[in-house]
Design a protein around this ligand. Structure first.
Ligand code: SAH
Length: 250
């Protein structure tokens, strides 16, 4: 029997011209396309019209990945669609974990995408020019104590910090606690950049400071970037210096 393939495809932040040609090719050639409805809607125009689409807001990640592996085992060409990059808070790791535990025999290919942190950084200017950390505030799969420990570590080590999953209707206190932790280590006027729906029609950017960041509107499709002690605003842009100014006369 022919062995099929699961391509775990990163579609980038949402704009079609921010998706890699390799991702586009995977979507065009897939016989079966599996994914979360919101992401599928963003790229539906790229699918092979004959492709079978398994979209569901309800089907959970684990079921989605299991289904993709099962179909590939029967010889099919399957694309598993992820927002941003498939290896960043998405499904690439889960596909490997399941394949390892279940002993699935199919090819697994990961196709990278522009992650929210890249897309948001470009909207903001150049906030990630020095060492940075990404921390998800979702405690669905990670104990909150561990998240707090990482926030504390990133804040105290002066990392620029990108907060993923900052807030949802049910999770509102996490972002407040994150701000409190950063305020214990960084100045109240530390620049913060908040980008919603980067690369999509409803993209918005808000620039604020650590002390007033909770006044901004923050939701599920928002990424919060907290500057380090050197980050500054200039002409409505957020910039972290790399260190050239201290070394060369610029
Ligand atoms: N794999 C994705 C991350 C999925 S986790 C990636 O590589 O970007 C979901 C979180 O990502 C959201 O809660 C939000 O914090 C962030 N996010 C995803 N797409 C975004 C976008 N277009 N603009 C801003 N933030 C986004």
């Amino acid at each position: 029997m022919t062995i099929g393939v699961v391509r775990v495809v990163g579609i980038g932040p949402g704009a079609l011209d921010l998706m890699a040609p390799r991702a586009l090719a995977a979507l065009q050639q897939a016989e079966i396309i599996v994914g979360y409805r919101t992401y599928l809607n963003l790229v539906a125009s790229c699918f092979n019209p004959k492709a079978e689409v398994l979209s569901s807001a309800m089907m959970q990640e684990v079921d989605r990945c299991r289904k993709a592996l099962e179909l590939a085992e029967t010889g099919r060409d399957v694309a598993l669609v992820c927002g941003g990059d498939p290896g960043i808070y998405a499904m690439a790791g889960l596909v490997f974990e399941l394949a390892k535990n279940q002993g699935n025999r199919c090819r697994i290919e990961i196709i990278p995408g522009i992650a929210a942190l890249n897309a948001c950084a470009a909207v903001l200017g150049a906030p990630l020019m020095h060492d940075f950390a990404a921390i998800s505030l979702s405690d669905l799969l990670t104990p909150w104590e561990l998240i707090e420990k990482r926030l504390e570590a990133a804040a105290s080590a002066d990392f620029v910090t990108v907060l993923y999953n900052p807030k949802s209707k049910k999770r509102t206190s996490q972002i407040e606690r994150a701000r409190e932790i950063f305020l214990a280590h960084r100045a109240a006027d530390t620049p913060v950049g908040i980008v919603h729906a980067a690369g999509r029609e409803d993209e918005t950017m808000q620039l604020c400071t650590l002390v007033n960041m909770l006044d901004a509107s923050i939701g599920m499709q928002t990424t919060v970037t907290i500057g380090n002690s050197q980050t500054f605003f200039w002409e409505n842009r957020m910039i972290t210096p790399r260190g050239y100014a201290g070394k060369y006369s610029i």
